[in-house]
Ligand binder design. Sequence first.
Ligand SMILES: C[S@@+](CC[C@H](N)C(=O)[O-])C[C@H]1O[C@@H](n2cnc3c(N)ncnc32)[C@H](O)[C@@H]1O
Length: 208
Amino acid sequence: MQSVFPDVSPEDRARIRQAVLAKYEQVAVSAQGQFRYPIGRQGLAGLGYDPALTARLPADVLDGFAGVGNPLAPGAPNPGEHVLDIGCGTGVDALLAALLVGSAGFVAGLEFSPAMVRRAEANKARAGLDQAAFFHGAAEALPCRDAFFDLLLSNGVFNLVVDKEAALAEAFRVLRPGGRLAVSDQFRLGPPPPDQADQAAMVASWFT
Ligand SMILES: C[S@@+](CC[C@H](N)C(=O)[O-])C[C@H]1O[C@@H](n2cnc3c(N)ncnc32)[C@H](O)[C@@H]1O
């Protein structure tokens, strides 16, 4: 079957991954000026997150949010469920999910940037949610066993992933039969603008 995703050479894949990693290592230190959309508490409010739920996390934890949508709206976790947040960043969605699954559930946050994992772990400690755990890894090769999760969340991540087919295959591998996939993301409809039509420009503008 022909892929619907752009054909990207191995060298360009490595280049894009390195650029994504460099950007999010920097965002983990400061997100100032890094996004074209509202982030932090302003982003959460604008995207319709339940204010009664977000109020249960410290304000400075909420400030690390960099998502593009609200995957908890279609994908609200139930008490006791196993949830995986792919590309969890500083862990805001994962920690909100941890509040909803409760102490009988489990939420894993998987993240590509080691600096983001460290921030998510610090946020977990601040929130005091033992049912959350954060791991370093990539969406294209999840370090998780088959059919373990009831719900997968992802917010603003798949657009950054070069090998989207591998990431989707991994998501379905770790999801139990009948489990739910709740992804918020951004994508472009139609052909690329003329200045991004050639391969080099597409690579250079992967996440701008
Ligand atoms: C726009 S931020 C969103 C972070 C978080 N989901 C949130 O809503 O705050 C995208 C995140 O995806 C992570 N990421 C990018 N590519 C990834 C990959 N291949 N595997 C895992 N995480 C990835 C980045 O490091 C970054 O933290």
